[in-house]
Design a protein around this ligand. Sequence first.
Ligand SMILES: C[S@@+](CC[C@H](N)C(=O)[O-])C[C@H]1O[C@@H](n2cnc3c(N)ncnc32)[C@H](O)[C@@H]1O
Length: 273
Amino acid sequence: MNYRHAFHAGNHADCLKHALLVSLVTALAGKAAPFAVLDTHAGAGAYDLAGPAAARGGEAEGGIGRLRADPPPPLARWLALVEAAGPLHPGSPALIASLLRPGDRLVCCELHPEEYRALRRRFGAIAGIELHRRDGWEALRGLLPPRERRGLVLIDPPFEQPGEFERLAAGLRAGRARFPGGVFAAWYPIKHRAPVRAFHTALREAGLRDLVAAELWLREPLDPARLNGSGLLVGNPPWGFEAEAGAILAALHARLSDGGAGSGWAVTRLVEE
Ligand SMILES: C[S@@+](CC[C@H](N)C(=O)[O-])C[C@H]1O[C@@H](n2cnc3c(N)ncnc32)[C@H](O)[C@@H]1O
């Protein structure tokens, strides 16, 4: 387990994932019934963008660094949560936690010992938040469905091992079999188109229904060694998600791409309800 999210926090892929995540959790909070969120690969929860890890690659400069001034309206809700979080940049657990109401629940899994310790320090004593040093793939079987029978599952693996697209497709199948009514959001890298196409085909062939892919790429995705863009696969999206995701991606594209001809964004319905 070499991956440390601190090196990548706030980059363009984090921006896509977090802006869409806030839209999905906000939709859940729009109804009175309590909900639960399972964050299978939670990370440390919040990151110091001025620290040595973030500074090494400078990735946040090309992401959140381009968004803070004069926030575009479709990104305003997420960016207000980023500002409200204080000096550390909020990762998925911090963003979700900030949207919980009394009675809602956040369940985080994280395997890396240091990341898990950081998570415990930040969220260990907060009512409604449960932390597990547990394999997130296994949690898709062991922790679903939530007792609330309403909620979201965020799957955000590091993609540092071969076979991660296949594991993600298998995880989505297993999770949705256990929690068919849940909203699922799975992040994936776009380096080259071929593995993304194969992933989408595998999901269609597995018979999963109601799937939308929201994708942003900053360069033509032709270099398999470079993170050219990323996507969030959403299963059982809430009503209105496709239009909201389109506005979010258009705003991210306008600020984060340098206008190159090979850049773009798309919200694609892969499978109907
Ligand atoms: C991309 S980062 C998560 C970032 C976080 N979701 C966010 O948006 O702020 C992926 C995390 O998964 C952890 N991880 C790797 N394999 C795991 C597994 N099998 N189960 C749980 N966590 C795992 C890594 O240590 C890393 O912290």
